[in-house]
Design a protein around this ligand. Structure first.
Ligand SMILES: *[C@@H]1O[C@H](CO)[C@@H](O)[C@H](O)[C@H]1NC(C)=O
Ligand SMILES: *[C@@H]1O[C@H](CO)[C@@H](O)[C@H](O)[C@H]1NC(C)=O
Ligand SMILES: *[C@@H]1O[C@H](CO)[C@@H](O)[C@H](O)[C@H]1NC(C)=O
Ligand SMILES: *[C@@H]1O[C@H](CO)[C@@H](O)[C@H](O)[C@H]1NC(C)=O
Ligand SMILES: *[C@@H]1O[C@H](CO)[C@@H](O)[C@H](O)[C@H]1NC(C)=O
Ligand SMILES: *[C@@H]1O[C@H](CO)[C@@H](O)[C@H](O)[C@H]1NC(C)=O
Ligand SMILES: *[C@@H]1O[C@H](CO)[C@@H](O)[C@H](O)[C@H]1NC(C)=O
Ligand SMILES: *[C@@H]1O[C@H](CO)[C@@H](O)[C@H](O)[C@H]1NC(C)=O
Ligand SMILES: *[C@@H]1O[C@H](CO)[C@@H](O)[C@H](O)[C@H]1NC(C)=O
Ligand SMILES: *[C@@H]1O[C@H](CO)[C@@H](O)[C@H](O)[C@H]1NC(C)=O
Ligand SMILES: *[C@@H]1O[C@H](CO)[C@@H](O)[C@H](O)[C@H]1NC(C)=O
Ligand SMILES: *[C@@H]1O[C@H](CO)[C@@H](O)[C@H](O)[C@H]1NC(C)=O
Length: 592
């Protein structure tokens, strides 16, 4: 390596590397710098605009440990507003950091903003993504790991490696174009492919996969066991994940250790994350396919929409070839998939983030204090616009974020009147929010009245998935709830024409987003917020407004302009200084 390139990579390393600093005697801080910009990439063979972090698509994996403070300095180099959200990562006592429009003002183009939150009492696998303007469809996402502290046992042997795999459906149209399609009242239509870690399919079939597409390869050693964390970061397609000839031993689901069971394939719905332990126990006669294929669709029309990567043993004797491993043969019947979802159980005796067993929080014996039945339906037209609804309400983002409006007593920013049961009259557009009771125990029934799959997510919390069933939920449905080892997670699927019931312990003060993870329905208004306020004012249950809070809407006057040039100080001016001194040196060389 010559000096100039080593200087460059050294500078780059300093710039993008993660610094482990111990700001206080208490909890360590992990710091990241995210430069978010457009790059041109061709994951499906066609050049397109993609959102990259530090020039990479997907972005870096955030690697933290229970109780760490996580600092992410985000520089917005897009041509539109930006917010990052940390799905499933519970920013304890601080919805200020949540990165959704109901709680935070957006980061304008060319500005930077520093997130600073603590991942308290949590372990597990998650991902982050840009929450505004349909940007997730163009990238900007990455993995988010919270490791247990070294003193806390994990319910399996230390794996030989830790691999993050992000799968998701993908369109060749960029997020601006997709947004225009939705704004014009149309469906997005079938995606163009499924990406694995930002890459297109391996060419397993010359007819189906064009030439010159870069695919993902996962390199492994024979005989070893790896932890593979898989997230569905896509727009709206449920994916079946499988690795040819290998069992997937399910170990963790969005922060909860599961009863360990082998699956030959698992359905991963939009927004969900699973950890598998995969033992490289095959004879390496060839490489093996890693497949993420669309679920509940007609295979003969959707076969070009299949993600294919390669699992490569160091002693592999050749390329993967032949047909892909079969998906479950039940494309128009959800029974198998729902039974598979029900088979995912909490390991009640494993330690979570703390040494005591996960099951020591006996959710089944806690009395429910409030019940919400949230029902979606097929998109409707409201005021001439095609909108998506939850319980008859299509959410309108407030101009002044709810949390800020509360802080500065801005009147009329939102209504605290979200109905406990679906409205029966015509649907309406409103900024209507759920009034949660601090320390309450809320039962939420998610009723999917659409003919497509949905997954629902709540920020700031993990909830217990206690039941799923077909048809309309009734009081009697409670009889089939799992009151003992239902999994705690942040994103659950709700099958078409079916319900899913979850229980949430409302112990995290703040304004927390409840939404469908299906990006198109979310964009069209299928979301709300749960407002949880501690009636007893103190600084213990919620952190004060951060010093760098952004202001917008009715509070725009309070926003100081950001010196955009100083935002570039990090490296821009350093480069200028360096090149100036270089010129000076050259000039002085000439003079002497
Ligand atoms: C996004 O797509 C639209 C429509 O194809 C195109 O006009 C626009 O230039 C694209 N944006 C960028 C930044 O590439
Ligand atoms: C995360 O960081 C720890 C050190 O703090 C390291 O041991 C571990 O391998 C890292 N994990 C990943 C997936 O990079
Ligand atoms: C913007 O980034 C600079 C350089 O990294 C940093 O000093 C500054 O605090 C950041 N500003 C905000 C508002 O986060
Ligand atoms: C549950 O966790 C315990 C404690 O780590 C472990 O010994 C046990 O094997 C796990 N059980 C299953 C079924 O995974
Ligand atoms: C490739 O896919 C096409 C279209 O489905 C199919 O007709 C053909 O048999 C496949 N080729 C191989 C080698 O499997
Ligand atoms: C899972 O499958 C592997 C083989 O791939 C086997 O060794 C292991 O015992 C199985 N574990 C369980 C819990 O079934
Ligand atoms: C390796 O496994 C493949 C498929 O399981 C089998 O066909 C082949 O005979 C095996 N080769 C050796 C050398 O064991
Ligand atoms: C799947 O799609 C193909 C091609 O459009 C069609 O011929 C076939 O009938 C469809 N299968 C089912 C079960 O709908
Ligand atoms: C739950 O409610 C029942 C009946 O109203 C009551 O007997 C019981 O003590 C309550 N349990 C708790 C933990 O509050
Ligand atoms: C919200 O709930 C609290 C109890 O948790 C209640 O005191 C308050 O009146 C409710 N507010 C509204 C607007 O319904
Ligand atoms: C939607 O709700 C209506 C009215 O309750 C019901 O008749 C219909 O079967 C539901 N459809 C689905 C797909 O759930
Ligand atoms: C909370 O902290 C702020 C600033 O640190 C302080 O001004 C305020 O008095 C505190 N409030 C309570 C109730 O302790």
């Amino acid at each position: 390596m010559d000096t100039s390139s080593s200087f460059l990579s050294c500078a780059l390393f300093i710039y993008i590397s993660l610094f482990l600093s111990f700001t206080s005697a208490e909890d360590p801080t992990v710091t990241y710098h995210f430069d978010i910009s457009y790059i041109t990439a061709s994951p499906l063979g066609v050049p397109q605009q993609v959102i990259a972090i530090n020039g990479k698509f997907p972005g870096p994996t955030i690697n933290s440990t229970t109780n760490n403070n996580v600092v992410v300095n985000v520089r917005n180099k897009l041509d539109e507003d930006l917010l990052l959200t940390w799905a499933g990562v519970q920013q304890k006592r601080s919805s200020w950091q949540d990165g959704v429009l109901g709680t935070t003002c957006p980061i304008p183009p060319k500005w930077n903003w520093t997130y600073n939150f603590q991942v308290k009492d949590q372990i597990g696998s998650y991902f982050y993504f840009p929450s505004l303007n349909f940007q997730r469809a163009s990238g900007g996402f990455g993995g988010f790991i919270i490791n247990p502290r070294s003193v806390i046992p994990i319910p399996f042997d230390n794996p030989a490696g830790d691999i993050t795999i992000l799968i998701g459906d993908w369109y060749i149209r960029n997020h601006t174009a997709l947004r225009h399609t939705l704004d014009a009242g149309h469906d997005l239509g079938m995606p163009d492919g499924v990406l694995i870690n930002g890459k297109g399919p391996y060419r397993y079939n010359d007819t189906l996969v064009p030439d010159k597409i870069d695919h993902e390869t996962i390199n492994v050693e024979p005989g070893k066991t790896y932890r593979i964390r898989v997230s569905n970061v896509g727009v709206s397609t449920s994916l079946n994940f499988r690795i040819q000839n290998h069992n997937l031993l399910l170990a963790e689901t969005e922060g909860s250790y599961t009863v360990q069971q082998n699956y030959t394939s698992l359905d991963i719905h939009v927004g969900q994350t699973y950890s598998f332990l995969v033992t490289m126990d095959q004879n390496a006669s060839s490489d093996y396919y890693i497949v993420a294929s669309a679920r509940f669709v007609n295979e003969s029309t959707w076969q070009r929409v299949t993600g294919v990567g390669v699992l490569h043993y160091s002693n592999s004797k050749g390329k993967a070839s032949g047909p892909l491993p079969q998906p479950p043969q039940d494309q128009f019947d959800n029974t198998f998939s729902m039974n598979q979802a029900r088979s995912i159980r909490w390991n009640v005796s494993a330690s979570g983030a703390r040494p005591n067993p996960q099951g020591s929080f006996r959710y089944g014996s806690i009395n429910v204090t409030e019940v919400y039945i949230l029902k979606n339906k097929a998109p409707v037209t409201i005021n001439g616009k095609r909108r998506a609804t939850l319980s008859g309400i299509s959410f309108v983002n407030p101009t002044t974020p709810i949390r800020l409006a509360d802080e500065f007593k801005v009147k009329g920013a939102y209504k605290l009147d979200f109905p406990t049961e679906p409205l029966t009259g015509p649907s309406r557009m409103e900024t209507s929010v759920i009034n949660g009771t601090y320390r309450g125990f809320m039962e939420v029934i998610l009723q999917n009245n659409e003919t497509k799959m949905h997954s629902y997510h709540v920020d700031g919390y993990a909830f217990f998935v206690v039941g799923m069933g077909y048809g309309e939920w009734t009081n009697d449905s409670r009889g089939q709830y799992n009151k003992w080892d239902g999994i705690a997670r942040a994103t659950t699927q709700v099958y078409p024409g079916a319900w899913t019931a979850v229980l949430i312990s409302l112990d995290n003060v703040g304004i927390w987003n409840l939404r469908t993870e299906n990006l198109d329905s979310w964009y069209l208004g299928q979301e709300t917020y749960i407002r949880i306020v501690n009636p007893e004012k103190n600084n213990k249950t919620e952190l004060p407004i951060p010093d760098n809070a952004l202001f917008c809407g009715a509070l725009s006057r309070m926003q100081k302009p950001q010196d955009i040039s100083s935002g570039l100080k990090g490296h821009g001016s350093m480069v200028v200084v360096l090149s100036l001194s270089l010129i000076m040196a050259i000039l002085s060389g000439f003079v002497v």
